[in-house]
Design a protein around this ligand. Sequence first.
Ligand SMILES: Cc1cc2nc3c(=O)[nH]c(=O)nc-3n(C[C@H](O)[C@H](O)[C@H](O)COP(=O)(O)OP(=O)(O)OC[C@H]3O[C@@H](n4cnc5c(N)ncnc54)[C@H](O)[C@@H]3O)c2cc1C
Ligand code: SF4
Length: 447
Amino acid sequence: MSDQIFIYVLYVLPLGIPLIFFLIRRSRREKVAEETWQENVESGLTEPASLHPVIDPNICLGSSACLLACPEEAIGIINGKGVLVSPAHCIGHGACATACPVGAIKLVFGTEKRGVDIPQLKPNFETNVPGIFIAGELGGMGLIRKAAEQGRQAMESIKKRGRGSASHDVVIIGAGPAGIAATLAAKSHGMRYVTIEQEETFGGTTLHYPRGKIVMTAPMKLPIFGKVNLRETTKEILMKIWEEVVVKTSIKINFGERMEKIEREGDTIYVVTDRSSYPTHSVLLSIGRRGTPRKLDVPGEDMEKVVYRLIDPEQYRGKKVLVVGGGDAALEAALAISNEPGTKVTLSYRSNAFSRVKPKNRQLTEQAGASGRLSILLESNVKEIKPGNVVLDQKGTKIDLPNDAVIVCAGGILPTPLLKDIGIDVQTRHGTGSFDQQSLHSKRPIP
Ligand SMILES: Cc1cc2nc3c(=O)[nH]c(=O)nc-3n(C[C@H](O)[C@H](O)[C@H](O)COP(=O)(O)OP(=O)(O)OC[C@H]3O[C@@H](n4cnc5c(N)ncnc54)[C@H](O)[C@@H]3O)c2cc1C
Ligand code: SF4
């Protein structure tokens, strides 16, 4: 008997204790994953934006390697198998697929329900429309380093087209990672370029990461500036680096200027913006996939006090602010500003309930409304924006509110119609068109 106890202590306990800890940890992880998935189902956030993993449950061993590799916490383990539990968080870096020890993960564009429009590009980044090129996330594959590298490579191809009779060699549209790198390349080649950016500053999507976000990237080489040796960093450090790049290299970017259409006359392409029209030999579209903020189309919307994204809640201290919209961005903006001292915030939404938002945001908004910290106007529409006030209509009743600032969070107009107008061939993917790991690290998607 004492021998049995000895054997038990010697062999079973050392194996059993870690196993018990493993099972407890795994069961906790599964519980969190199930709750996360349920929350996303309730919020209608079950569709990934673009490139995302599909995990084959017949191959998956539930090793958790994908979960540990995913920096966006998009994957969980449910019933012993990997599941994309937060599809809206997935940005498609493919770290999960690389980490999977049994090759159970493939990366695809779109789902059966939600198609993703991918413009068709030649290996030199030119579209089917001669002289119009695409780089960065708009072409299907995002990520900071890849977008920057594509911007640089696309400019090599554009340079090879030579000079036409137009006054510009290239117009670069968008100043995210792809547009910045392309602008640096254009300058380094002595090209006659114009870069336009609809926002008031550079950085593109990276500018809109949440405060303190951990950014996973890889070292990249920027023309003129040199090597940027980044792997894991924060949004703030990345923004400082973009600033250093733009200031040190003195590249010129026209901020607050939006491309509205592209026309052609013979060999010359005209990029028409809300300020001007640029004749050019080539165009680089590096406009990403976020699109252009949807406007309200009401009188007074062109005033400086109207913006389409919250950058810093502190700037609204002591002000009367109207936030328009009913999605997570609107609710989060209204809540953040209402937490600043001296603010008086009104949230206007045209529907009668906040239905497609995270439950936590809905709950916090209702609490802020009940406590009087936030004034909520459901079924209301903005009619006019004036220097010191805004006029709204709520179910036929006119409401006149004193106002210092308006933040419109009414979603974005996606770039596909614009691409189609230009004549660019766009194909919609519904979970087809996968990437293998090699192509993820090269420049082109597998068709
Ligand atoms: C939440 C989130 C987290 C992410 N985290 C990471 C990460 O950790 N690591 C990583 O590598 N990648 C990450 N990404 C992806 C990465 O940010 C993008 O792939 C990258 O920014 C794409 O660069 P881009 O230059 O192609 O486009 P964007 O960065 O989207 O820039 C496009 C620019 O074009 C401008 N523009 C659009 N339309 C017009 C117009 N009509 N006229 C003028 N200007 C226009 C826009 O205002 C914008 O500035 C993340 C993305 C998101 C959404
Ligand atoms: S593709 Fe990237 S963000 Fe999406 S689940 Fe895999 S590791 Fe996470």
